[in-house]
Write a protein that binds this ligand. Structure first.
Ligand code: GLU
Length: 610
């Protein structure tokens, strides 16, 4: 979380910094700040509570300028979102921005207080500024040497940029657990948490690796690994088109991203069907040799990606016959687990920077898994670099914190993977053909689902004054119910829970009353009759039902039971299709309630802290 931008140039960089953190606002938006070294060699800093726009307005009233500077948009972990806690943090001539958590901040704080430092914030990050100052004053050396001495004293995670107003021609940046890229310009160089921040000024990037420290001046970038050895990291050219201000005529990024799903899925499918088979050209013969040895799948992911993994578990086991477990990466990484024989780890993450998923992947490498495969939406991400195999979804940039198109493209990719791995494990060819046919019509079917927008908008009104909502599903529609409930709580702040419908009688039925809407995913499939019994159990207790179902599933509107008839959905792809009306439901409820749809409270995208 949190967005960091740094810049060194021969000209004023304050505009670049502001534009940069504006583009990174999806990563954190509770407060923001900027510091530059002004013409007299002293640090000028402005910080504000709230979104980057507040900072932009404040700087418009009190302009500051300089050739070297750092900026930050915060997602608070330690200390409330106040001006004092906003970054950059300063210790005399040192200024620091930090993304991550310094776990030993308490002991460092006590040590620094004993040394005479006064803390002005409650953040863990401020220790970095004072420690850097202390090291410089006591032991001297270049800023690089000082930062090298500082980081060995830090426990936890950091992506940090340090500025020294006495030597303003230089920034030093260090990465451990939080992503950082260096943007290479002409007579100017930049640092950011995500290349999106720097697209207006450069297309040339170097991704820092774990443990790297870099010195950045306007004409030179030097990178050192964790042992202090100078290293050469690849410079990549990014041909990405992205305008952060462009909602494409939609009122919110979320709506735009929901509507982009047919195209995003089409792109994810593109080039994958060859010679009547699903084909991953990026997976070579060596990859096939590895995949054909796989006897078990272990999926690790968080949040929405975890739900995609849960759907895939149903698919792997029912379609390809491969056994599959799914676990939250945040749980897996902190427990002792036993790997099954010839087990492949599949990680899922939109950004490829999710700290928990990266840590879980790293742990799995020590636990005797056969190999790892990442499904991710960002080409240059850490997850991809750390995995043996990778498949890139083509969702395009997702800005809204609540994930939509990243989820449906992950499911699309996972279904293709299930089919292609199934082929290596004796799945009937006919089934692969069936999956391919269904996937080919998926974009058009999503278009049809999007035509439900107005109907969903109408039912959304029923939800706005509710305190709780239950979502029910069976089979692979259980994780879809979970995803629907997550979407609703993320952006409308209504408490929502999802249950496997068969679990209702084991407890949650006690909650049913006419004030709790119960949203049921009821496609026409072999579980429909079982689900109908669960629906009756709710009706018998005066529950308020909203049934999302096929037109021909045999439901009719009655008192206490509203039917939302959905367009035709092929059974294999139905979980992907049924996601769309739930996204629209959450969107419309949030819109009517007037919450911040794209940047919901307390959250941020790209969860790079533990
Ligand atoms: N832990 C730091 C803070 O609370 C940085 C959080 C972030 O990554 O935004 O200020």
């Amino acid at each position: 979380m949190c967005g960091i931008v740094g810049a060194v140039a021969l000209h004023d960089i304050s505009e670049i910094l502001l534009e940069g953190i504006n583009r990174l606002e999806y990563r954190g938006y509770d407060s923001a700040g900027l510091a530059v070294v002004g013409s007299r060699g002293h640090i000028q800093r402005i910080r504000c509570v709230g979104k980057v726009k507040t900072l932009i307005d404040a700087i418009a009233k009190n302009p500051i300028s300089g050739g070297t500077g750092i900026a930050h948009t915060r997602w608070a972990t330690h200390g409330e979102p106040t001006e004092q806690n906003a970054h950059p943090h300063i210790s005399k001539y040192i200024a620091v921005v930090h993304n991550g958590i310094i776990e030993n901040h308490q002991s460092l704080r006590s040590l620094l207080i004993d040394r005479g430092y006064e803390f002005t914030s409650e953040t863990d990050s401020e220790v970095i500024a004072h420690l850097t100052h202390w090291e410089q004053e006591q032991f001297g050396g270049s800023l690089l040497e000082v930062v090298q001495r500082v980081i060995v004293q830090l426990k936890g995670t950091y992506g940090a940029v340090v500025m020294d107003s006495i030597h303003p021609e230089l920034l030093v940046t260090a990465r451990s657990g939080s992503p950082l890229v260096i943007g290479c310009g002409i007579n100017a160089n930049f640092i950011a948490s995500d290349q999106l921040a720097l697209l207006p000024v450069t297309r040339h990037f170097i991704c820092l690796e774990e443990g790297d420290i870099a010195t950045v001046t306007h004409h030179q970038v030097k990178i050192f690994d964790r042992d202090g050895t100078i290293v050469d990291r690849a410079r990549i050219k990014v041909n990405m088109n992205y305008d952060a201000g462009d909602k494409g005529g939609y009122s919110h990024y979320m709506k735009k991203e929901i509507y982009e799903q047919p195209l995003a899925i089409k792109r994810t499918l593109e080039g994958r069907f060859r010679y009547g088979k699903i084909n991953f050209s990026e997976l070579d013969k060596k990859a096939n040799a590895l995949l054909s040895k796989v006897e078990h799948i272990q999926i690790l992911a968080c949040g929405t990606s975890y739900h995609a993994g849960m759907v895939a578990r149903y698919w792997f086991e029912s379609l390809s016959g491969l056994s599959c477990d799914v676990e939250s990466a945040s749980e897996f990484r902190y427990r002792k687990s036993a790997s099954r024989k010839n087990s492949l780890v599949i990680t899922l993450s939109q950004s490829g920077e999710t700290a928990d998923t990266l840590a879980a992947l790293r742990l799995s490498k020590k636990n005797g898994y056969l190999g790892s495969l990442a499904i991710c939406n960002v080409m240059s991400s850490s997850l991809l670099r750390d995995s043996d195999l990778a498949l890139i979804t083509k969702a395009g940039t997702e800005i809204c914190v609540a994930s939509t198109k990243a989820f449906t493209t992950q499911l699309t990719m996972l279904l293709m993977l299930v089919a292609s791995m199934g082929r290596l494990h004796d799945m009937p060819i006919k089934l692969e053909q069936e999956i391919m046919q269904a996937l080919q019509v998926l974009p058009a079917r999503i278009e049809q689902m999007l035509l439900m927008d107005l109907d969903i908008k109408n039912i959304a009104k029923d939800f706005i004054d509710k305190q709780h909502v239950l979502f029910l599903g069976r089979g692979e529609f259980y994780p879809i119910a979970m995803e629907g409930s997550l979407k609703l709580k993320e952006i409308s702040y209504i408490h929502a829970e999802a249950y496997a419908a068969g679990e209702l009688k084991h407890g949650p039925l006690a909650l049913i009353d006419p004030d709790i809407p119960v949203v049921v995913m009821a496609p026409k499939n072999n579980l429909l009759e079982k689900l109908k019994s669960n629906i009756e159990e709710v009706r018998a207790r005066s529950g308020l039902l909203y049934i999302f179902s096929d037109k021909d599933a045999g439901f009719t509107d009655t008192a206490g039971m509203k039917i939302i008839p959905l367009p035709h959905a092929e059974e294999i792809i139905a979980p992907i299709l049924y996601t769309v009306p739930l996204q629209l439901l959450a969107y419309h409820v949030a819109l009517i309630k007037g919450t911040d749809v794209d940047q919901p409270r307390n959250l941020a995208k790209s969860v790079t802290v533990d």
